[in-house]
Write a protein that binds this ligand. Structure first.
Ligand SMILES: Nc1ncnc2c1ncn2[C@@H]1O[C@H](COP(=O)(O)OP(=O)(O)OP(=O)(O)O)[C@@H](O)[C@H]1O
Ligand SMILES: [Mg+2]
Length: 382
């Protein structure tokens, strides 16, 4: 990931607003909401981070997404790297840290007496973090915290922390550490599952309950399309039809990732029309995201519930919804509890998401694909 990616559409105005809210607003962390692939991570890493670094803030990024390391190791690593003087914008280009590192601790670990030379193998940390490591985490957060411009902590895919109870002590420790340093340390949490984030921030029992203020990431619009079309023209020495491409962007649910794939297809195959490229994109996306495989792995009730969310809307416990579900399954009307169990499972595997009180398909691309299956079924072509 380089900030020099020519296809990147800069969101400088937004970075300014978010930094102002973070740094000068009431000292509360923020959560950034947006659907899958809307550009949350790209915004954090390519816009907000360099913008804030340029203005003298220390910026630290950590992502908990299916990390090969335990969450506490992910955090310790990010903090140690920052203390070692690495700038985030440089590191994003170089050190991808798949090879789980051994971490040289830069201070003493409370309770062990181990001094600066201690080394821990981050890859071996499993399950609940030992208490002394949480104290060490607090110590590091204290050291990155700033008395001048607040340090910005970007924590991505935080819903992963809500997946296992073993993470509760870490989340609680993090809350305490951040609370203690409201002035020197400002955090922004992001995640790709809104139900997962709600479980963290709206659950009374959870340590992050009411801890953060939600903000929305505005959807990308025509200026983004124009930017991509300009880069295309410069690269390919030919132009694409603006109106058709804006229409395509809308039909792709304004998904910047799909749109860039579409443009890439047209870049490499000069024979494509917008229509033929959209068709090719559909197949490519279904294969890349494994839609057919996911579909086949679902049980009949999960599958029909997913389909009904697409075709019947978001109130799956209503009598009408359940009775239609029963018909589709060729069974009696399922109970609300059975539908609930199916939805829970769909949520766990990332197929469904709860937004406010409503259920919906988490991935608009999958939604379109399922709608296509429904049509193919009706015409007897599946
Ligand atoms: N500002 C942008 N300029 C150009 N391309 C973008 C921009 N934002 C997003 N994209 C494209 O969309 C893709 C998805 O963005 P990103 O990974 O940031 O989404 P996300 O919201 O973090 O998704 P997830 O919920 O899956 O983590 C990027 O890899 C990039 O191709
Ligand atoms: Mg992301």
């Amino acid at each position: 990931m380089s900030t020099r990616d020519p296809w990147h559409f800069k969101r400088t105005g937004l970075a300014g607003q978010v930094l102002a809210t973070l740094a000068d607003g009431p000292a509360q962390p923020l959560t950034l909401f947006a659907p899958r692939r809307a550009g949350k991570t790209e915004f954090l890493v390519q816009d907000l981070a360099p913008y804030s670094e340029k203005r003298g803030h220390r910026v630290i990024y950590a992502s908990f997404w299916q990390a090969p390391l335990s969450p506490v190791a992910v955090l310790l690593h990010a903090l140690e790297k920052s203390l070692a003087g690495d700038k985030l914008s440089d590191r994003m280009r170089t050190a991808m840290w798949r090879a789980a590192p051994k971490l040289k601790l830069s201070g003493s670990v409370p309770g062990t007496g181990a001094e600066a030379e201690a080394e821990i193998d981050l890859a071996s940390l499993k399950g609940e973090p030992p208490n002394n490591l949480l104290l060490y985490l607090d110590d590091l957060l204290g050291r990155v915290s700033s008395t001048g411009k607040p340090t910005i902590l970007l924590l991505d895919e935080v819903q992963e922390l809500a997946r296992t109870r073993g993470n509760i002590p870490l989340v609680a420790a993090l809350r305490t550490s951040l609370d203690k340093r409201r002035d020197g340390l400002r955090a922004i949490f992001t995640g790709s599952s809104r139900a997962g984030l709600a479980a963290m921030f709206a659950n009374r029992e959870a340590p992050f309950f009411h801890f953060a203020t939600p903000i929305d990431l505005p959807a990308l619009g025509e200026p983004f399309v124009d930017h991509v079309l300009t880069v295309f023209e410069r690269t390919a020495k030919r132009a694409l039809d603006r109106a058709r491409m804006i229409d395509a962007f809308d039909r792709l649910h304004r998904d910047p990732y799909f749109f860039r794939l579409l443009v890439q297809l047209m870049l490499y195959d000069t024979g494509h029309t917008v229509r033929s490229a959209m068709k090719a994109l559909e197949e490519r996306v279904a294969a890349e995201f494994g839609y057919p495989e996911t579909w086949l792995r679902l049980t009949p009730i999960q599958r029909e519930t997913a389909r009904a969310l697409v075709t019947r809307g978001s109130r799956p416990f209503s009598r009408a919804f359940r009775s239609a579900l029963g018909k589709a399954l060729g069974e009696d009307t399922p109970t609300a509890a059975r539908v609930q169990a199916a939805l829970r499972r769909l949520e766990r595997i990332g197929v469904a998401d709860r937004v406010g009180g409503d259920w919906e398909l988490a991935d608009p691309g999958f939604r379109t694909w399922i709608a296509g299956v429904a049509v193919r079924n009706r015409s007897g072509a599946e």
